[in-house]
Design a protein around this ligand. Structure first.
Ligand code: SAM
Length: 271
């Protein structure tokens, strides 16, 4: 049976607006989260973009990977819900536009759809998968990596405890959807894809800065649920709770990432 937090197929995971309170400040993202696109680079090998192909990058962020796809000779379009991220992507010279990946309206015009570290911010996965299928030409591929089941589990637990101490149910504000392999495979298949490969793996990741920087970059939805006067205290309490497990002896911090990666294909006979 599916855990309630993962939702039933065809319905949103919960009724909260996705990523409400999450501010994608592109400069802060570049400073605190460059490792996201750097670690996503080997996904480009799985995508295997070829010159002349038309490729859609879902949740392209500040466009660093989109630009690498373009450098392979492909004709790539990045979309992202954040206007600030799209502005940063355009500064890199990539074609990019603001759009919600949960409401795609493309015709079958892409040879491939790519996504790195974005699908877990989208709590309507079936709507994403349906839109991707419509956007792909028959035989086109969907290649992506996202947070998998258990991703940032220690951080999520510590944030939840800090909010609970203030009488706030963190589950009502949680912006993340971290599916199991079985869950996402089932959704892809139900959405008309043939799943070529899908797997998850742990990726413990050392941060470029402090835990508080990571929280300010990625945990805006939780912090927005807290009285503004309390936010610094929530950050400090969360970092203190995580220190014994996620702070290294040399003072650096790491995060307990789990990734889910897949390569799925729209059948050649599909419309
Ligand atoms: C962690 S960033 C990853 C960015 C980029 N793919 C990379 O590898 O650096 C997640 C991105 O997903 C975008 N995003 C979240 N929900 C979205 C949605 N519904 N539609 C489009 N983009 C979305 C965010 O705005 C953010 O830029």
């Amino acid at each position: 049976m599916r855990a309630p937090s993962q939702g039933a197929r065809g319905r949103p995971i919960n009724a909260v607006a996705p990523s409400a309170g999450q501010d994608w400040d592109s400069e802060r993202y570049a400073r605190n989260a460059r490792f996201v696109s750097t670690l996503g680079e080997d996904l480009l090998a799985l995508l295997d973009a070829r010159p002349g192909e038309r490729i859609l990058d879902l949740g392209c962020g500040d466009g660093v990977l989109t630009a690498k796809i373009a450098a392979a000779g492909a004709n790539v379009l990045g979309i992202d819900a954040s206007a600030a991220q799209i502005a940063a992507a355009r500064r890199l010279g990539v074609e990019a536009r603001t759009a919600d990946a949960q409401a795609l309206s493309f015709d079958p015009e892409f040879d491939a759809v790519f996504s790195n570290a974005a699908l877990h911010w989208m709590k309507q996965p079936d709507a994403v998968i349906a839109g991707v299928r419509r956007a792909l030409r028959p035989g086109g591929r969907f290649v992506a990596e996202m947070g998998g089941h258990g991703n940032v589990g220690a951080v999520r637990t510590a944030l939840g405890a800090a909010l609970a101490r203030r009488g706030i149910d963190a589950g009502l504000h949680d912006p993340w959807y971290f599916p199991t392999v079985e869950d996402y495979r089932g959704r892809l298949q139900a959405g008309g894809f043939v799943v070529e490969t899908i797997s998850d793996f742990a990726r413990p990741t050392v941060l470029p800065g402090a835990m508080v920087d990571w929280l300010e970059t990625f945990a805006g939805a939780f912090l927005a649920a807290v009285n503004p006067n309390e936010r610094r205290a929530v950050l400090a309490e969360t970092a203190a709770a995580l220190e014994p497990s996620l702070k290294n002896a040399d003072g650096s911090w790491w995060v307990d990432y789990v990734r889910l990666r897949f390569h799925a294909v729209k059948p050649a006979g599909g419309s």
